[in-house]
Structure formats: C-alpha cells, structure tokens
Write a protein that binds this ligand. Structure first.
Ligand code: UT7
Length: 335
C-alpha cells in the first residue's frame, strides 16, 4: 500500500469519548466452587479468569448501558442532545420487543435520534462501530453512541460449570464523530461463518422455539456452548480478520500499537498474538477481573486503556472479536 493511504483514514470518524460500567457485585472463583464442582485453579489455568461482575436480581440491565453511555458522553464533553444515533450491541435484549436500544435511549434522554440494536454475537460491538462510523461518514448522522451491553449471567445455567464460570456482566460505550485529520477508521474486516452457528446458542425463546412449559423444563433457555469447537475456530478467525483489516489500512502488523481483543479466554488471546507475532505488552487483557462480557468486552477494555492514559494520539489500535454466529472481525483505527 502507498504511504499516502496510511495518511488518509478509510472513514474519518473518530472516537471522542469512552465509558464503561461494571455492576458492584463481584463473584470469585472460590464463590463458584461453593456450589459447583470446580476450583479456582481450574478456572484460572484454563481461562485466566479470577473474578466477574454480576448484575443483582433487583438491577435493571439497561442501567449498565445508560451509565456507560453517560460516561462516554462526559469524557467527550457532549450531552445526550448532541447524539443523533445510538447503536446497541447485545445478544439478549432487555425485552424481545422492543429490544434494548429504546430503553437506553429513554434512560439517556436522547430525544428523537435514531436508535437500534445490533446482534452479531460477541463481535456485535465491532459491527455496530463500523455501521455508526459509516453512517456518520455518509452524512446520515452527526454523532453516535455505540454501546455494548450484556447481562449473560441471567441466561447461563448456574449448574453448568462448563459455561457459567466464563461469563460476567457489564457495558462499554464509545462516542463517535467526524473529525478532520489523521484519526479515524483505517481498516475494517467483518466476517462470518454460519456453518458454525450451532457452537453457541440459546435454543428457545425465539420464533423457532417459543417459550413453553416444555422448553423451560428442558433448560432450553440457557446458553449452550461447544467450548472446544469455538476455541479451535477463534484464533484463526481473529488472525484472518486482523491481517485483512491491516492490509486494507496499508499497515504491517508491527505498526499496531495496541490490540484490544475480545476477552473470551486468556489462552485464546495468547495464541492469537503468538500467531500474529505481536508482543504481549501491546495486548490489552482484563479478563482476570471481568471475565467474558460478550459485546461489552472490547469497549470495557478500551475504556480502561484510555482512562489509564495509555493511548496517545496517532497510535494504531486493532479491535478484534469472535463469537456466536459465528460472527467475527477486526476494526483498525488511528487514535
Ligand atoms: O465469547 C465467545 C464464547 N466463548 C468462548 O469462546 C469459549 C471458548 N472455549 C473455551 O474457552 C474453552 O474451551 C473452555 C474454557 C470452555 C473449556 O476449556 P477446555 O480446555 O477446552 O476444557 P474441556 O472443555 O476440554 O474440559 C476439560 C475437562 C472436562 O472434564 P473431562 O471430560 O476431561 O473429565 C470438563 O468436564 O474439564 C472439565 N470442566 C471443568 N472442570 C472444573 C469443564 N468446566 C469445568 C469447570 N471446572 N468449570
């Protein structure tokens, strides 16, 4: 690629604020071992997870997205009335109809701007980010909030040690706007492999298998996962998408300053960066504290990185994710 391409973002829309929210309640591995046949040692060595945040029964899930959105707005010095597009990435909606976005729009006081949910497994946040940037670039919106929010603790089977130990609740948000200059989105590779749709699913509760006494009794409303199959696919999918996004950006992998990967398993992250030959100190990892928060995992990790003062203007970030669908992808941007 020409050096010229490197100077011009593919989409000159940048992130001008980040925010995140984690519920107060923390569940440790030892807490889980009180009622499950598991151990802190197994969970730590197989996944890297030590703790996760869990939404209390009395908490309203949309509150997480609202709080994260408010924090992103405050950091970007904008108010809700400045936002005319809200995209919410989530896998399990606040209610089947009308979803999550209207609840967050109402809580934030967004007025008459556009809002919608985006569902693409744990890659949903990246899909929403690319959609929001493209809409702003095309003149369909001025300023967007993109929120990833997830309360999978309400959909895991707390007797299934193979899944419930992996997930945590939380939300993350970014504020996006068009800016002149070098910052913006440099490369996008969004992908999917629908032959893998059975690897991670909640079978009942949709139109194919609506809720009934039988579906509840059979536990079909819980999240089911073929962990090994997903593990095997994950590294290849994220590596492929990252290479493609970097090629589109006209960048080599060495030029990436920060990799912000979906936090599904520390071993997956380690294998990914090894395959891409990216030094570990460039990789953002918070899975030990927050576990897998699905669509929220990248914006939470990004917000923590930004608030720690580690991201400098001009640096190159690669955000990469995989999950149910199987949807996956990478977005590369210049800060
Ligand atoms: O966001 C994207 C969605 N999620 C993922 O990407 C997850 C991807 N997969 C993974 O992270 C890993 O496959 C897991 C962490 C889910 C499992 O790790 P693994 O190394 O693939 O273990 P395994 O499924 O092969 O299980 C090994 C053993 C089994 O026992 P046996 O059959 O060898 O006797 C499991 O029953 O570990 C057992 N096991 C547990 N033992 C203690 C499974 N879960 C637990 C547990 N505690 N929590």
């Amino acid at each position: 690629m020409s050096p010229q391409k490197k100077l011009t973002p593919l989409i000159p829309v940048k992130i001008t604020g980040t925010g995140s929210y984690l519920p107060e309640k923390i569940l440790t591995n030892d807490d889980l071992a009180q009622f499950l046949e598991t151990s802190d040692e197994w969970i730590r060595t197989r996944t890297g997870i030590r703790t996760r945040h869990i939404l209390s029964p009395e908490e309203i899930p949309a509150k997480m997205g609202i709080e994260a959105g408010q924090r992103a707005l405050a950091q970007g010095r904008r108010s809700p009335k400045d936002v005319d597009l809200l995209l919410v990435a989530t896998n399990v909606p606040e209610e089947p109809i009308p979803g999550t976005a209207p609840h967050i729009a109402l809580g934030l006081g967004l007025g008459k701007g556009a809002f919608a949910d985006v569902t693409a497994g744990c890659a949903g946040f990246l899909y929403a980010l690319a959609m929001a940037a493209t809409m702003i670039h095309a003149g369909m919106a001025k300023r967007a909030l993109v929120i990833g929010t997830e309360a999978l603790s309400r959909f895991v089977n707390w007797q299934d040690r193979a899944t419930c130990v992996l997930f945590g609740d939380g939300a993350g948000a970014v504020l996006m706007e068009a800016k002149k200059g070098k910052a913006g989105i440099l490369g996008v590779a969004l992908r999917g492999d629908a032959t893998k749709l059975g690897l991670l699913r909640i079978e009942a509760g949709g139109v194919r298998l609506p809720a009934s006494m039988e579906t509840v009794q059979a536990g079909k409303h819980f999240l089911e996962m073929e962990g090994k199959g997903l593990f095997r696919a994950a590294v290849g999918m994220m590596a492929e998408a990252t290479r493609a996004a970097a090629a589109q950006a006209g960048l080599t992998l060495e030029e990436i300053d920060w990799v912000v990967p979906h936090q599904a398993n520390l071993r997956i992250i380690e294998a990914l960066v090894k395959r891409l030959r990216i030094p570990e100190e460039k990789v953002v990892v918070n899975i030990e504290r927050v576990a897998n928060t699905s669509t929220a995992s990248i914006p939470i990790a990004l917000d923590e990185l930004v608030r720690a003062g580690k991201v400098e203007p001009g640096q190159i970030l690669a955000l990469t994710a995989f999950g149910a669908g199987a949807c996956y992808g990478t977005v590369i941007l210049r800060w």
